[in-house]
Design a protein around this ligand. Structure first.
Ligand SMILES: [Zn+2]
Length: 125
């Protein structure tokens, strides 16, 4: 475990990968929303309100993050209602959110796509 990441909170707050040192900062939340075409018709006040919903304030501006929080499914014995693992989107290194130890875990950014038709049929018995 590196000094950069010692516990759950610092994984969430980390701005770079402790392994490959890629940048985990995905930009100021207000700026990202303001420049997003989806919100082009929003007033600055509305965008600020949207940014506030992520915890962003003018006094304490925060950034979107790129690190991937992994939750285990409900049917997993180790399920916890929150992030159990953190993964770097670039080098795919994965850490246990509680111990900070590296884990061997599937690359969640490269999972096979779910075939919606199969999924729907699977739901009917
Ligand atoms: Zn990395």
């Amino acid at each position: 475990m590196t000094d950069l990441i010692k516990n759950f909170n610092s994984f969430y707050e980390a701005t770079e990968c402790p392994k490959c040192h890629s940048n985990w900062n995905d930009g100021d939340i207000y700026e990202k929303l303001r420049s997003n075409i989806l919100y082009k018709d929003w007033t600055d006040e509305e965008v600020i309100k949207g940014a506030n919903s992520y915890g962003w304030t003018k006094e304490k501006p925060i950034q979107f993050k790129r690190q991937i929080g992994i939750e285990l499914p409900y049917n997993d014995q180790r399920h916890y209602d929150g992030v159990s693992y953190w993964q770097c989107p670039d080098c795919k290194t994965t850490w246990d959110a509680f111990t900070g130890e590296e884990e061997k875990i599937v690359d969640v950014t490269n999972l096979p796509k779910i075939d919606n038709e199969d999924y729907e049929h699977g739901g009917e018995q």
